[in-house]
Design a protein around this ligand. Structure first.
Ligand code: ARG
Length: 272
């Protein structure tokens, strides 16, 4: 199934071109309700990038625990926020986090409204044509959430069902390719998709495994199937061609991996 998926995905990319860009408007909608600026420790000796004047503007979609959510004080918190803060600290920059729709992130990067995306974003060949990805910092698995009493037991049982996804995500792309438009219902977030599942409007939700666990925990009567739809790499993204920032971030990530900071951040949120 995974091979078939990969082949289908590759084919659909060749045929249809910019899929992830579809659905996003040219003017990325920003959600000001959850914008936060976190001050990094300024390191006088560190270089700051000319394009940003010392502030690293990170775009994300904070509906994706434990990578990013909005806390009670309206701050974006989670693995990606912590990693971005650690990277900004290394570069001697301030971090500003801007919360927006997931499918607005790549357009916002291209329009210079943000400098970097950290959003549990999966590296795909199609997105690689639109942005430059850093080295991967985490792995994700596309999971299937169903009601506890569902007859759906595997990926193959999804045919003829109605599956909820977050717009523009890889879950959206895989399900649309595998099941067809008529069997996919798009939502602004996995949270809203899961609500629709609880309400009986759809039969399943396909979304990354860690947020899936959080959604299932937050609602009763749901379970995650013990099958992996697809295994993916998460990476940060910068505007296509911004090699200066890409190199700086890769350098910082490399150091943060080597000294155990990345593992530590992930272990703070994900307890296996
Ligand atoms: N990994 C999936 C993708 O890249 C879903 C990411 C959704 N992230 C978010 N912050 N809502 O398409």
């Amino acid at each position: 199934m995974k091979k078939k998926l990969a082949a289908l995905l590759a084919m659909s990319m060749l045929l249809t071109g910019a899929l992830a860009g579809c659905g996003g408007s040219d003017e990325p909608a920003q959600d000001d309700t959850a914008e936060n600026t976190q001050s990094a420790t300024q390191d006088e000796s560190a270089e700051s990038t000319e394009t940003t004047g010392g502030t690293l503007r990170m775009g994300t979609n904070a509906t994706f625990p434990p990578y990013e959510t909005v806390d009670d004080n309206n701050n974006v918190v989670g693995i990606d926020a912590d990693i971005a803060q650690a990277v900004a600290d290394k570069l001697g920059m301030d971090l500003q986090i801007i919360n927006m729709e997931f499918d607005s992130l790549i357009p916002a990067l291209s329009a210079d409204q943000i400098d970097i995306v950290l959003a549990g974003m999966t590296v795909t060949p199609e997105r690689e044509e639109q942005v430059d990805f850093t080295e991967s910092y985490a792995t994700g698995i596309q999971s299937i959430i169903v009601p506890e009493d569902s007859t759906i037991a595997s990926v193959d049982d999804l045919a003829d069902k109605k599956v909820g996804v977050q717009t523009g995500t890889t879950g959206d792309i895989y399900c649309t390719d595998d099941l067809g438009e008529d069997h996919v219902q798009r939502f602004e977030s996995g949270v809203v998709a899961t609500q629709a599942l609880v309400n009986g409007q759809i039969d399943a939700v396909v979304i990354d495994n860690e947020p899936a666990k959080a959604y299932v925990e937050a609602n009763s009567g749901l379970k995650i199937l013990d099958t992996e739809y697809a295994v993916e790499d998460y990476a940060a993204a910068v505007k296509k061609g911004n090699t200066e920032l890409l190199d700086q971030i890769n350098g910082a990530l490399e150091e943060l991996k080597a000294d155990g900071t990345i593992d530590e951040i992930i272990a703070n949120y994900i307890h296996e």
